[in-house]
Design a protein around this ligand. Structure first.
Ligand code: UD1
Length: 420
């Protein structure tokens, strides 16, 4: 169990430059896509986070070989040895479900453990399953596993009942290696989906409508090798933007993609932060002493990202008034609130809304991280809470943030690991 200690300071001002890594949510489907071909897939700008190690271990168990050097990885799945993604790995990371489409398309068979419940709500997988069934797969749920089979996937029209990033990605991968044409409607618009599409095109897939709600895919018999750079992580960037705004800091974010964060940046500006785009990949944020309350509602892209809801809530605890945070993507995604209350925040959760009354003076306390973004919000709160904050089960942070303590220390934070 990892424990983090933060010596908080209400007067802390983060200052300096921080390099944003590659997007966790873009690299996971890219690694899953490597199972679609016998040839090498080389990925650059890979964040070294636990979720990446988990999916690499999974592809290795399935028969792939990989070579990870600094922030690049080469994966080659010459032969698939097994079509089964075990419960152990799927439980560790729900996104393991992304191997379902590629395995089924390449091997005609896939057995993937059902992800089950997780800390941020029920998170069903019906959209993945219905989509693959429409492509001709027969799917059974037995003994906690999804068992999928298809002699040959056949292109068709699939309209997702609701937007799902993972289902869009699974279907894109499966349809790329199928017979005939598939039209996917109501696709997720997240930049990570487009990043996957661009990799698939480099591998030889025939995809039109990238970045839109309707995507056309002409299936091919075989896909080949490719080299691809992973887009910057907009959630990591957003977390550092909040950190700077929260501490009235002055921070430059490099290797980022500001246009992927337009909605979020607009909200931060309304709350008082000054944010300048220095060039296409660099942002400067200067926090304000006068933080204004904001009502926000999470939506799928390009709306306010649910993954930044918890960090933004922390900022609103320092606003000079009341904010209403509405979560529409996941149920039960307010587990961070109870921990923030322990630090002195004034937040009331009513069904899908958190009513945050600011400004509250936070004081350090022992806390427990319940999921990745909840962990990030506790780090942020700990920075400005008076005295010492301990975060237990801090390994959640490592699932999505590479060297976060080191990066925050370089900006002036007093944060360290107590126990590995
Ligand atoms: C991805 C991101 C996650 C982010 C989420 C929403 C990755 C690895 N993870 O998760 O960080 O928080 O998008 O932006 O990219 N749903 C169904 N049936 C399904 C699938 C989803 O009802 O078959 C529902 C979910 O419960 C949720 C909503 O659709 O309410 C959106 O989920 P989805 O976009 O699928 O999230 P993930 O791909 O799991």
């Amino acid at each position: 169990m990892r424990k983090i200690k933060i010596q908080g300071d209400p007067k802390l001002q983060l200052r300096g430059k921080v390099k944003i890594g590659g997007a966790k949510n873009a690299v996971l489907p890219a690694i899953a896509a490597s199972l679609l071909t016998k040839e090498k897939i080389k990925l650059r700008n890979v964040p070294l986070v636990t979720d990446v190690f988990t999916i690499l271990t999974l592809t290795q168990e399935l028969g792939a070989e990989y070579n990870l050097k600094k922030n690049s990885v080469t994966i080659q799945a010459k032969n698939i040895r097994s079509e089964e993604a075990s419960y152990k790995l799927v439980r560790a990371m729900r996104a393991s479900i992304l191997v379902l489409g590629p395995l089924l398309a390449r091997q005609g068979k896939a057995v993937v453990a059902l992800p089950g419940g997780c800390a941020i709500g029920s998170r069903p997988i019906d959209l993945h399953i219905h989509g693959l069934e429409k492509l001709g797969a027969s799917i059974n749920l037995e003994h906690g596993y999804i068992k999928a089979e298809a002699k040959c996937l056949q292109g068709t029209e699939i309209e997702f009942e609701k937007k799902s990033v993972g289902a869009t990605e699974n279907l894109l991968m499966a349809a790329s290696l199928s017979q005939g044409e598939t039209v996917l409607k109501n696709c997720s618009l997240e930049p990570e989906v487009s990043c996957l599409c661009k990799l698939l095109v480099k591998m030889g897939a025939k995809i039109e409508g990238i970045g839109g709600e309707t995507i056309h895919i002409k299936g091919v018999k075989e896909l080949g090798g490719a080299t691809h750079a992973i887009i910057p992580d907009r959630i990591e960037a957003g977390t550092f933007l909040v950190a700077a705004a929260l501490t009235q800091g002055d921070v430059i974010l490099t290797h980022t993609q500001p246009d992927h964060l337009s909605n979020f940046i607009e909200r931060l500006r309304f709350s008082g932060a000054k944010i300048d785009k220095l060039n296409n990949y660099t942002l400067r944020v200067i926090g304000s002493y006068d933080i204004r309350p904001q009502d926000i509602t999470t939506f799928s892209y390009p709306g306010f990202p649910t993954d930044l809801q918890a960090p933004f809530t922390v900022l609103m605890t320092q606003a000079n008034g009341t904010s209403i945070i509405t979560e529409t993507i996941f149920d039960r995604r307010f587990s961070h609130v109870n921990e923030l209350l322990r630090l002195g925040a004034n937040i009331e959760v009513i069904v899908d809304k958190a009513i945050v009354k600011g400004q509250t003076h936070l004081s350090g306390a022992e806390t427990i991280a319940t999921d990745l973004r909840a962990a990030a919000s506790l780090v942020l709160a700990g920075l400005i809470a008076k005295g010492e904050t301990i975060i237990n089960e801090a390994e959640h942070l490592d699932r999505g943030y590479e060297r976060i303590e080191e990066k925050l220390r370089s900006l002036g934070a007093n944060i360290q690991t107590l126990e590995e």
